[in-house]
Design a protein around this ligand. Structure first.
Ligand code: CTP
Length: 409
């Protein structure tokens, strides 16, 4: 049997990037031989094994045929006769279809190195279409390597367009899609992921609610960029620039979905878009089974981002309602993430990227004022049950009034 390093490890070494995990391909071996050497099978009918010591993935060289839709729809043909070239030709991109032996001799039959130099994400062969998830993968690689000048080759974009139109993307499982989306959002330029998906028509299929934002105008006074889609991309760009976590990036992407529902006659204003957008945010959350913290923050940011921007003008009672909605007493982190998302929203506007955002400290101060209300004195006064709750609320309101007065003095 012959063993080669393949995929991302070869690509990233040639790019001079750190290699995190290594995938291996094994040519000329059978499942039985792998098991005899102590490799552990990953799944029942999947010709992939884990190394007994390193835990790295070793896949038998294989050709792949599609027999149905979705992930479970694959059948694999792995046998000792499958050559390295036959294995590489069914991979997604030329830059991912290079192999290296233990002497660092490169096998590059599909010119991955040439495309690395040309900064091109190009599919290897028509076998690209065997796995529609690759549409998302290419968009994710575009987001990751945009800073190095990579773009998607026109013929690959065309193939992605055909796949998007074919209905294949609908068959992807939520889990596989979310894995790509969440990784893409954590890249340096996540807005490029959305741009590429939009360009090939996949955004319309995967997140029509986000796609609908392009072409929708907003008032120029607050949004010099005017277009809601362009604004959304800028907010995402800011979130990455400020190294925000996934929760915040997801919330940034979805915060303005309600604006896509505004009747044209009302443009460029979007009255109550915060509330109208909630059902759309919920739908996208559920479509991809986003983790609970992402779902929650997206909904809260969707509903309250305008409150965040208007923080300094809010009445103490409204401010208190906002703090209560976030359960700031038990969930301080989530409120911080809300503030971060609001700040990214304020900065994701043309020419306003460097603006200051005094609302952030004001909101933090308000949260601290409400948290500082001590419960013990109220217990000592004999308050219990619902009355205690009311008494705490009254004290918090008093504290917020004092906070607001002091801030505006
Ligand atoms: N691959 C593929 N099609 C897929 C998934 C993977 O062709 N849908 C191939 C590619 O050759 C890829 C390799 O399997 O390079 C390993 O896949 P994976 O570990 O998912 O990605 P990497 O390329 O290693 O990239 P990353 O740095 O994102 O892990």
């Amino acid at each position: 049997m012959r063993i080669y390093k393949v995929g991302g490890a070869v690509r990233d070494r040639l790019l001079g990037k750190p290699v995190t995990d290594i995938d291996w391909v094994v040519v000329g071996a059978t499942t039985e031989e792998m098991l005899a050497k102590g490799f552990r099978p990953v799944g029942a009918d999947f010709p992939v094994f884990l190394h007994p010591k390193s835990g790295e993935e070793y896949a038998l060289a294989r050709t792949e045929r599609k027999s149905g839709r979705g992930y479970g729809g694959f059948t694999f043909h792995a046998s000792p006769e499958v050559t390295l070239e036959e294995d590489l030709i069914r991979r997604d991109l030329t830059i991912n279809a290079m192999a290296e032996d233990d002497q660092q001799n490169l096998t590059d039959p599909y010119h991955g190195q040439r495309d690395l130099e040309a900064r091109l994400l190009r599919h290897v062969s028509p076998a690209f279409a065997e796995d529609p998830l690759r549409v998302l993968r290419v968009a994710r690689f575009a987001a990751r390597y945009a800073g190095l000048g990579f773009t998607v080759a026109p013929e690959t974009l065309e193939l992605m367009r055909q796949l998007s139109e074919s209905g294949e993307l609908e068959a992807l499982t939520a889990e596989r899609s979310w894995k790509e989306i969440s990784r893409a959002l954590m890249e340096d330029q996540p807005q490029v992921f959305i741009e590429v998906l939009r360009e090939c028509g996949a955004l319309k299929v995967l997140m029509p609610e986000v796609d609908a934002l392009f072409g929708v105008p907003q008032p120029e006074a607050h949004h010099p960029e005017i277009d809601t889609g362009v604004h959304t991309l800028s907010v995402l760009e800011q979130a990455a620039r400020h190294k925000q976590p996934l929760t915040v990036r997801w919330a940034c992407l979805l915060h303005d979905l309600g604006k896509g529902l505004t009747p044209e006659a009302e443009w460029p204003r979007h009255i109550a878009h915060e509330h109208k957008g909630l059902k759309l945010i919920k739908a996208v959350n559920e479509r991809f089974k986003a983790p609970k913290d992402c779902q929650e923050l997206a909904l809260l940011v969707g509903e309250y981002h305008t409150h965040g921007h208007r923080a300094l003008e809010l009445k103490p009672s409204t401010l208190l309602e906002l703090l209560q909605s976030f359960d700031i007493y038990r969930r301080p982190q989530r409120f911080e993430e809300f503030i971060a998302a609001c700040e990214m929203d304020a900065r994701g506007r043309k020419g306003l990227e460097q603006r200051s955002y005094p609302q952030a400290d004001y909101l933090r101060g308000a949260a601290n004022a409400a948290r500082a209300v001590a419960v013990q004195p109220l217990l000592d006064k004999g308050f219990k049950g619902p009355e205690l709750g009311e008494a705490i609320k009254r004290e918090r309101l008093k504290a917020l009034k004092a906070y607001k007065d002091a801030a505006s003095a």
